[in-house]
Structures are given as C-alpha cells and as structure tokens.
Design a protein around this ligand. Structure first.
Ligand SMILES: [Zn+2]
Length: 444
C-alpha cells in the first residue's frame, strides 16, 4: 500500500502521510527520494536525502542528530538538509530533507538515541527534546512539511488541493487514576491518620457516591455531551481510560473493577456512550509484557472488547515498547504527549501509524497525538502557567490543529476538576478551564 518508486516502505509511508490520505494514492509516485542525479528525470519532485536515518542499518546512521540552531525553509524549521529548491530540467529538486526530518519526529528517533536521558519516572523529558530546545513544540511541523510538499507539487503542475481547515476530530479523554476520594474503609483510616476529620470521612464513606469529591464524572459527561451536541457525535468522542492492574506505588490506589461504585461509573459510560480504553499501569510502562494481562482483566470486568490505550504517567518509556501494544491487540494509542510540556511530541496533530525507529518499519498501530494534559499546564515542575496563560496556550494549540485539519486530544482527570487542591494538582482552576475550552470548541 505504501510502496512508491523508492522501494522503502517507511519513506513511502512518510510521503503518503505528508501529502495527506485523500490525495496520496494519486500523487506519491511523482515524488522520489534519491541523491542519484541519473534518476531525477523519473520524478516530478526529488527530495535529496541529507541523512541516512530512514534507511535500515545495524549501527546508528551517520548525520542522524540535527545540529542547533536549525535552519528553516519557508518559515518551517528544518532538521536535515538545506533550504534550497531548484529545477533540474522538468524536475523540482528539493535539498530540504523533509522525509528524514519527519522520520526523526514521528518515530521518536531522538528518544531511542538518547537512552540515558530520562526523568525519575523513566520518561524522556519534553524539555530535553529537540522540538522544545529549537522552540517549535507548539507547532505540528510535520503537517507544515505536508503543506510545503503540496505547494511544490502544484509548482510542477499537479492540482493537489489543501485540506479544508478545521479540527477534524476531538477526543475528550479522562484517565481514571483515582475515581473516588473516600469510598472504602481503608480510605477512612487514611483520613483518620492524616487527622483530616474522621466524621467527614465516615459520612463520605457511608453517603451517596455523588457526594464524593473525586466522583466528578457526571459533571465531566455533561461538559462532553454539550460539545458533542454542538459539533456532532462523529466529530467528538469521549473516552474513559480505566486501569486493569498495577503493582507499584505510582499505581495506587488499585481499585476493584467489580465494586458497586466502579459498576456505577461503568454504567454511566454505557448509558452516555463514553468509550472505555485501557489505562496501562505504571508497572506495565516499566514491563510492557504486562499490558496484555491488564487488558484481559479490563475486558472481563466490562464485558467489552478493548482496543484503545493510554499509559498511566504517560510511561510508555521506550519507542520500541509500542510493539507490546500491538501484541496485546491494541489498535489505537493516546499516550503520545510529553508530561512536562503540552504540544506536538510526534510533530503532527494527525493520527499516524507507529514507526519503529530501530527497524524502520511501519506498524498497524495508530498513534493519536495527545495535545494537552491538564497537569502539564499547571504543575510547578512542568509548565507552571497561571489560568490566563494556560487558556491562551491551549487556544494557540487548537488553532494550530485547525490549520492542519488535525485531531485534538484533551486529557482532563476527574480529580483535577474538583475545584480544590488535590494530590494531582495544586491549581484550583482546571474545572473552569475545561468548561471554557469546551465552550470555545463548541464554536468550531
Ligand atoms: Zn493515570
């Protein structure tokens, strides 16, 4: 499906992805990726490789890490090559290597090459990433390369259209880390030990589920329904990511999927048509062989076939670990954002096949880039923004997604929208921000 004259599947897929799904079949054969001048005449456009990063090799490719400061082409940062476009006879020859640049970003090549750079949870820090250091984490530059490539195709006389601007799809996702604040006897003891008031804890334990401060799901569903109604169900899908296991401190509380309270939450998801995905545990982030068992447990408890995933703590640490998602029968993953900075970790805001940077192969797993996670904006260790700054930053990202006709993936937790400080966040404005963002998106 993704084979053009280059004979290299990953290069063909990237060309296909850059042109855009609807037009790719028609035009991808016009584009060559070669430095061999004798072959130039076979193509309408030739992109000249400036790095061997896309080609299978047993050792790290030469010239495989872009040097800062980057140059740019027509205002778009360029990772490899020179901003030179010139005619050779009837062929437009492009020395800006947007193929290698796209591969570097889409495959998380940098994370594979810099294994020693990880945070305390084993994750590659966004602030260490090239897009952050070069100042373009807020731009989906791979999609901008697509716009350049379509422009060059038009220069060769091909009538390739630009996609209609607008957000194609909005995923409203909610990771269920801690669904209830005080609903077990253990929770009551915890509060008593803290000296937080055993009377109040006992009342929450014995009272109705709706009085529990972390049980904000009815409010979340109300917001999500409002947006679905405004933009249409096909354009807006809510998802709850629910845990199916976990053994480390970071995985606590481990909740009982069969408890009456959990069954109430699952009942909401059924009646309100909220999708359920697996929230793979932090343990599974460290040891991805566990993903399959956790998925199995969640499927049994919900009676549903699970095919979506997001890792707790976004702890899908190594690029190659995605292969374990595939093996577990996951078809769609929503983990691909940096915890410490919101933006475009994969350089795109469109769903993209996972590219294995080690084998240079294209898989059947689809990655849905995570645009914004609530705590990335507010956490003092991360972006540490005030409400107004967070709102402005989010709207800027929304605008970028709309310009690229991409997808928006929002992640808001049930225990950040309580309006109070919680373990997860000291910012009390996440409820207000989510409500405002939903209103803004309803106008789209
Ligand atoms: Zn989580």
């Amino acid at each position: 499906m993704f084979v053009n004259n280059c004979g290299n599947t990953v290069v063909s897929y990237i060309i296909h992805f850059l042109i855009g799904e609807s037009n790719a079949e028609k035009w991808q054969r016009l584009i060559g990726y070669t430095a061999d001048q004798r072959e130039f005449h076979q193509y309408g456009i030739v992109i000249v490789p400036a790095s061997s990063i896309c080609f299978p090799t047993s050792a790290p490719a030469e010239n495989d890490m872009p040097a800062l400061p980057l140059t740019d082409i027509e205002g778009v940062p360029l990772l490899f090559g020179r901003p030179v476009v010139e005619w050779a006879g009837e062929t437009l020859v492009v020395y800006a290597d947007i193929i290698a640049s796209s591969f570097f970003l889409l495959s998380r090549y940098e994370e594979m090459r810099r294994r020693g750079v990880r945070d305390r949870y084993g994750r590659f820090p966004g602030k260490e990433s090239l897009p952050c250091k070069a100042g373009f984490i807020h731009r989906p530059v791979v999609d901008e390369y697509g716009r350049l490539l379509r422009g060059w195709l038009r220069r060769t006389g091909v009538d390739v259209p630009e996609p209609e601007p607008g957000i194609r799809k909005i995923w409203l996702t909610h990771d269920v880390d801690e669904p209830f604040f005080c609903r077990t006897f253990r929770n009551v003891l915890r509060e008593a030990v803290k000296g937080a008031g055993i009377g109040k804890a006992w009342r929450l334990f014995k009272g109705p589920l709706e009085a529990d401060p972390f049980y904000t799901f009815p409010w979340i569903v109300e917001q999500d329904n409002r947006l679905q109604k405004a933009v249409g169900r096909h354009r807006c899908e809510p998802l709850f990511f629910i845990k199916g296991g976990g053994r480390t401190k970071q995985d606590r509380p481990v909740y009982n999927l069969h408890s009456a309270d959990m069954q109430s939450l699952l009942a909401i998801s059924r009646t309100e048509q909220v999708g359920i995905g697996l929230h793979s545990s932090y343990s599974a982030g460290k040891n991805p062989v566990r993903i399959a068992a956790e998925k199995e447990r969640l499927q049994k408890a919900t009676g549903m076939k699970i095919h979506d995933n997001r890792h707790h703590y976004l702890s899908l640490c190594e690029p190659e670990d995605c292969s374990w998602l595939e093996r577990a029968g996951i078809t769609d993953d929503f983990t691909m954002g940096y915890a410490d900075v919101a933006g475009f970790r994969l350089g795109t805001c469109r769903p993209v096949r996972w590219i294995n940077p080690a084998t240079r192969s294209v898989s059947s797993l689809t990655l849905h880039p995570l645009t914004v996670m609530d705590v990335s904006l507010s956490d003092p260790r991360y972006m540490h923004l005030a409400y107004d700054e967070a709102l402005e930053y989010c709207l800027q990202l929304f605008d970028r997604v709309a310009r690229s006709a991409g997808e928006l993936v929002l992640l808001w937790h049930n225990n950040t929208v309580t309006g109070e400080r919680t373990f997860l966040t000291s910012a009390t404005w996440h409820r207000k921000l989510y409500e405002t963002l939903i209103q803004e998106l309803a106008k789209q």
